[in-house]
Design a protein around this ligand. Structure first.
Ligand code: TRP
Length: 450
C-alpha cells in the first residue's frame, strides 16, 4: 500500500507551490472585484486584518497536521484523533474535504477555460481572425466544454508527474512568470488616464464601511478561499514538507506572498476600471453600484483593452495569460487532494489515479456546463460559502481541542527547536482553540441570513 511519498526538494519549491495554490483566480479576480464593490480601501483593510489573524492560524493548523502525519487528510485526521469516535469524525471531515476540493475544481476549471478562451480571442484578433475571436468570447457551450477540457488536461498532465517533477517544477516556473506579468501590467495600467481615481478608491478607506457585516463576511470568505483553506489542500502540501523546515516561518511566508499578490492585483484591477470609465466604458449602474460584479473581468476589462488599439490586444493577451497561469497552479493543488487519497488509501498508481479522478471531475464540469443556470451558482455557493468555513472550523477543533498539545509542539520543534519560546507558541494554541472557531462560527451564522 505504501508507495514512496513525494517531498518538496527545497524551501523555494514548497513556497512556490503553496503560494501557487493560494494565488489564483481568487486573488486576481475575486479579491479586486470584491474590493471594488465593497468600498475599496475599507475592504482591503478588513481583508488584511482577517487574513493575518484568522486565515494564517488555520493555514498553520493544516500545515502542522499534514507534516505530522505525512499523509492525506483522511488518514491524518484519524491519526491525531484521541478516540475511535473522534477518529471517525476525522475520516468524515477528510472525505467531505476531498469531495469539496473536487467540486471546487469542477467550477474552477470552467472559469479557467474562459480565461484561456479570452486570451486566445485577443490573439485571434491580432491575426485578423475576427470571426474566430468573436466565437471565443461568446461563452458558447462547445467553446466552454472545449476550454474546460483543455484546462483539465493541463492540470492532469502536471499532477500525473508527481510532487517534485510536476507540482514543484511547474509552480517554480510559473509563479515567477506570474509575478513579472502582474507587475508589468500594473506599471502599464497606472499610466492610463483615470487610473489615479481608481488608486484613490483603493487606498483611501471609508472607515464606516469597514465595519459593515456584509463586508466582513465577504472579506473572510475571500481570505479563506484565497489561502485554499478547509479542504485539505494545504494539509496535503504540508505533508510533502521535509521535517527539517521551519513550519511557522514557511506558513507566514506563504500568507505574505498570497496577500501581497492579491493586494498587487488590486493595483491592476481598480485603476483599470477607472481607466475604462475615463475612456467611456460604463462601469457603474445608475444607482452607483458596480455593473456585473462577477463578470467584470469579462466585460469591463475587454472593453477597456479594445479602446487601446494594438497595445490593448497585447495587454489583453498578457492579462488572460496571467489569469490562466494563476488558475493552473491552483487547480493542481485541488486535484492533488483526491489523488493523494486514492494513492495512499487504495494503493492506486499515480497516473491511473490522476486519469480516473481528473476524468470524473471533467465530467462533473461538463454536467455543470450543461445545466449552467441551475448548477454553477449552486456549486460555488455550497462549496465556498458553506463547506469551506465549516470544514475550516473542524480543522480548528481538531488542532485546538482533539490533538495533544505536546504532539503539536514536538512537530513544530522539528525544524525550529526554539519554537516554544517564540511568539507563535504563546498565541496560536489558544487562538486556534477559542478565537478562530468562535469567529468562524459567528460569521457562518451571519452568512446564513446574508
Ligand atoms: N486559492 C485559490 C485562489 O485563490 C483557489 C484554491 C486552490 C482553492 N485550492 C483551493 C480554494 C482549495 C479552495 C480550496 O484562486
Amino acid at each position: 500500500m505504501a508507495a514512496a511519498r513525494g517531498e518538496f526538494s527545497s524551501r523555494f519549491g514548497f513556497v512556490m507551490a503553496a503560494a501557487g495554490s493560494a494565488v489564483g483566480l481568487g486573488n486576481i479576480w475575486g479579491f479586486p472585484t470584491q474590493a471594488a464593490s465593497n468600498g475599496g480601501a475599507a475592504f482591503l483593510l478588513v481583508y488584511l486584518v482577517l487574513a493575518f489573524t484568522l486565515a494564517y492560524p488555520v493555514l498553520m493548523a493544516e500545515l502542522i497536521i499534514g507534516r505530522f502525519a505525512h499523509s492525506n487528510a483522511v488518514n491524518a485526521l484519524r491519526r491525531i484523533s484521541p478516540t475511535p469516535a473522534s477518529g471517525r469524525v476525522g475520516v468524515s471531515v477528510g472525505v467531505v474535504g476531498i469531495v469539496v476540493a473536487s467540486l471546487i475544481l469542477s467550477f474552477y476549471a470552467i472559469v479557467a477555460g474562459w480565461m484561456i478562451a479570452f486570451g486566445l480571442s485577443s490573439g485571434a484578433n491580432l491575426l485578423g481572425m475576427n470571426a474566430l475571436a468573436d466565437w471565443l468570447t461568446s461563452f458558447s457551450l462547445s467553446g466552454n466544454l472545449l476550454f474546460m477540457g483543455i484546462f483539465m488536461l493541463m492540470t492532469i498532465g502536471i499532477i500525473s508527474a508527481g510532487v517534485g517533477g510536476g507540482i514543484e517544477r511547474w509552480s517554480a516556473r510559473l509563479m515567477p512568470l506570474l509575478l513579472i506579468t502582474l507587475v508589468s501590467l500594473v506599471a502599464y495600467v497606472l499610466t492610463l488616464e483615470g487610473a489615479m481615481d481608481g488608486l484613490k478608491v483603493y487606498l483611501l478607506p471609508d472607515f464606516e464601511r469597514a465595519l459593515s457585516p456584509k463586508l466582513i463576511i465577504a472579506a473572510l470568505g475571500s481570505a479563506f478561499f484565497s489561502l485554499s483553506l478547509g479542504v485539505g489542500t494545504m494539509l496535503i502540501y504540508g505533508s510533502y514538507i521535509s521535517d527539517r523546515e521551519n513550519l511557522t516561518a514557511l506558513g507566514g511566508l506563504v500568507t505574505l506572498v498570497d496577500i501581497s499578490i492579491a493586494v498587487t492585483a488590486g493595483f491592476l484591477v481598480l485603476p483599470a476600471m477607472y481607466a475604462a470609465l475615463a475612456s467611456g466604458v460604463q462601469i457603474f449602474t445608475e444607482g452607483g453600484a458596480l455593473i456585473s460584479e462577477d463578470t467584470l473581468i469579462f466585460t469591463v476589462l475587454p472593453e477597456l483593452f479594445s479602446t487601446m488599439g494594438l497595445a490593448g490586444l497585447i495587454v489583453s493577451i498578457t492579462f488572460f495569460f496571467l489569469m490562466s497561469i494563476a488558475a493552473l497552479t491552483s487547480s493542481i493543488s485541488m486535484l492533488e487532494v483526491p489523488v493523494a487519497f486514492a494513492i495512499e488509501e487504495y494503493g492506486l498508481a499515480r497516473k491511473k489515479a490522476v486519469f480516473i479522478i481528473g476524468g470524473l471531475i471533467a465530467v462533473a464540469s461538463a454536467v455543470i456546463l450543461l445545466n449552467f443556470d441551475t448548477l454553477f451558482g449552486l456549486v460555488v455557493t455550497v462549496t465556498t460559502r458553506y463547506a469551506q468555513p465549516l470544514l475550516g472550523l473542524c480543522f480548528c477543533i481538531f488542532a485546538g481541542w482533539l490533538w495533544r498539545r505536546d504532539a503539536i509542539l514536538q512537530e513544530l520543534k522539528k525544524g525550529n527547536p526554539e519554537v516554544a519560546q517564540g511568539v507563535f507558541w504563546k498565541i496560536w494554541p489558544w487562538y486556534i482553540r477559542f478565537v478562530c472557531p468562535v469567529i468562524i462560527a459567528a460569521i457562518f451564522v451571519q452568512s446564513l441570513w446574508g
